[in-house]
Structures are given as structure tokens and as C-alpha cells.
Design a protein around this ligand. Structure first.
Ligand SMILES: [Zn+2]
Length: 329
């Protein structure tokens, strides 16, 4: 096992009928692959596909989120695989030989207009909510609208009035605010409004690759100003512009290049790492969790020492998580 406190902050699972990660699977992440690659802990996502924004759609999404969170937590046995519901539990995990299982919810669509949802998710152990996915919801405009679902280019002009209340409810519950997928105006507003720093759990730098899911320099500067964090992710289309032949490409070296850019712009303490494995992520050198040492090596090659690697791999995320817990009521 690696001595580094490694944490991957965004991994999807298949739903329904997820393969059991306790044994080797065809997925990019399962416990044997984490063990092999020294990936100590992972945030598994209860992801809600965007659907109809009516009472029925919202209720179905909320129900699915609860079922997925229960499933994720259920894969931990409290021994070799420990569920971590708090920053302190994750820190304690790193002192053991066990693997860490964390959970989060992706897409505030699961909240509908229910301000009690964050407290319920917190009770189930979730550490963050990604405010949107692709497609606007009741909380905010998405960076990628879904015209086929009736989305205009912009609906709320950032956060909605309900979205502002939702951030209050997340703060109150001690659930981190994930601004990945959120359109720039809402992302900037969320960073200013939230009482604890926000995190973009899976995104890259727009200055290096002009993709709507990436954060531009103003957004990075906002993260620095507000104590927030960008978790550079292993998504090829976010790392490099698609060449004319349309074949995406990307490698751990490209990830290290985005890390270096973000660190130069806003400082080491505002940057971290994620894969988006089993949700489209995977690059040359980090195709699954078993290859995790290759990313560490690419970062070492760029001059990051042990202290820096510890911050990138989990120290910064732990800081933001602790801040979220500190403002909870
Ligand atoms: Zn996502």
C-alpha cells in the first residue's frame, strides 16, 4: 500500500444493478483495484440523471439518491473497508490499512424543492452535493444546458432564489457545496454565498482547454479568494482540445499540467485530484484505480514533494470538509 493518503473525490457506480465492488469487476474502480493501486479512499457518487422537473420526477430522484447512498455505505464492512462520514473518520482511516468508502450526491435535481434533503443526506453520510448535472434544475443553471429537456441558454441567471436557500441548507447540514457542472454565474455566486468554501470535485482549467465544464481564471481566482478547491479530473475532453479527427486523448502528464497551471494561478492549497472513473473518466496512465501510482509519479516528475502530494491527494479536501463541518448548525 502507498503511504500517501490518497483520495479520489468523484467515482460513479452503475445503477441499477451495480456489480459488487468487493470482487474484481469490469468497472474502473472496485476494492481489489483500489488495493492494488494504493488508492486509499474514494468518494462514490449517488448520481441522478436529469429528468422532468415536476413533483413525480423529483420524488423518484430523491428515492434513487437514498437507495444509492444506502448501497454505497453498505459495501463498507467496518473492517477492511470503512465508511467515512466525517473528515475525522477519513483522517483516522489513513492510520489503518483499511480502504475508505465515502459517498456524495451528484445533481441537486434530487433535492427538488425540499430543503430538508441535505440534512437527510448528511445523516446517510454524504459529504457533498453537486448542485447541478447537465441541465438546469431548481437550484441553478448548468454549464451545459439540455435544450431537449426545454432548457434555455440561461434560466435563473446563476442561482435561483431557491438555490440560495439550498446553499443555506447545505451549510446548515455540513454538506460541502460542489460547483462542478454549474454555469459560471451560479458558481461564482455559490462561492461568495456559501459560509464554507466550495469545491469543484471534477473539473479542469479552461485556460488550457476551452470546455464549458472547465473553470476559467476568474473562477479559479474566486476559489482562491474564498478558500475553495478544484479537483483536477481525468476526463480527456477536459484536458485537451479534441483534435480534428475527433479522437479524445489525455494522460497523467496532461493532468499534471493542469495541476501545475492551477497551482501557479491560485496556490497549492486550492488544488486536488479526481478521476470521474465509471462516469467517463480515464486517461493514459490512469485508466483505472489500479494505476494510481502513475499519477503520483507524473506529479513527482513535475517537482511535487511528499508534503505537496499529501495536500493534492487529500489534505486540501480534508481542510474544506472540516470547514463545512465547522459551519454546520
Ligand atoms: Zn459529473
Amino acid at each position: 500500500m502507498s503511504d500517501l493518503p490518497t483520495l479520489d473525490t468523484h467515482i460513479d457506480i452503475r445503477w441499477p444493478n451495480p456489480p459488487d465492488p468487493v470482487a474484481e469487476t469490469a468497472m474502473r474502480v472496485d476494492f481489489p483495484k483500489m488495493q492494488k493501486g494504493g488508492l486509499r479512499a474514494a468518494v462514490f457518487i449517488a448520481y441522478l440523471p436529469q429528468g422532468k422537473r415536476d413533483a413525480e420526477g423529483h420524488a423518484a430522484a430523491a428515492e434513487r439518491a437514498d437507495a444509492m447512498l444506502a448501497h454505497i455505505r453498505g459495501r463498507a464492512d467496518g473492517k477492511a473497508r470503512r465508511f467515512c462520514a466525517t473528515a475525522a473518520e477519513l483522517e483516522a482511516l489513513y492510520e489503518t490499512d483499511a480502504l475508505g468508502v465515502l459517498s456524495a450526491v451528484e445533481n441537486g435535481y434530487a433535492m427538488g424543492r425540499d430543503l430538508s434533503a441535505p440534512a437527510r443526506w448528511k445523516a446517510q453520510g454524504a459529504c457533498y452535493l453537486t448542485l447541478t448535472h447537465n441541465g438546469h434544475n431548481e437550484i441553478a443553471d448548468a454549464a451545459i444546458p439540455r435544450p431537449e429537456l426545454g432548457d434555455a441558454e440561461s434560466e435563473h441567471g446563476g442561482l435561483s432564489a431557491f438555490g440560495r436557500q439550498a446553499i443555506g441548507a447545505l451549510n446548515q447540514a455540513g454538506v460541502m457545496v460542489d460547483v462542478s457542472h454549474v454555469a459560471k454565474p451560479g458558481m461564482m455566486q455559490a462561492a461568495e454565498l456559501s459560509h464554507s468554501p466550495v469545491v469543484a470535485t471534477h473539473a479542469c482549467c479552461r485556460a488550457l482547454c476551452d470546455h464549458p465544464r472547465n473553470l476559467d481564471d476568474e473562477q479559479l481566482d474566486m476559489l482562491k479568494q474564498t478558500g475553495g478547491l478544484i479537483q483536477i479530473t481525468a476526463m480527456m475532453s477536459f484536458l485537451n482540445k479534441t483534435p480534428p479527427n475527433g479522437r479524445y486523448h489525455g494522460s497523467v502528464e496532461d493532468m499534471a499540467r493542469h495541476v501545475e497551471y492551477a497551482v501557479a494561478r491560485i496556490g497549492l492549497e486550492h488544488v486536488g485530484l479526481s478521476s470521474d472513473f465509471d462516469g467517463g473518466g480515464g486517461v493514459q496512465g490512469w485508466k483505472d484505480a489500479s494505476e494510481t501510482p502513475n499519477l503520483t509519479r507524473a506529479l513527482r516528475d513535475r517537482g511535487y514533494d511528499e508534503a505537496a502530494l499529501r495536500l493534492l491527494w487529500s489534505g486540501n479536501f480534508l481542510r474544506v470538509w472540516r470547514a463545512a463541518e465547522a459551519v454546520a448548525g
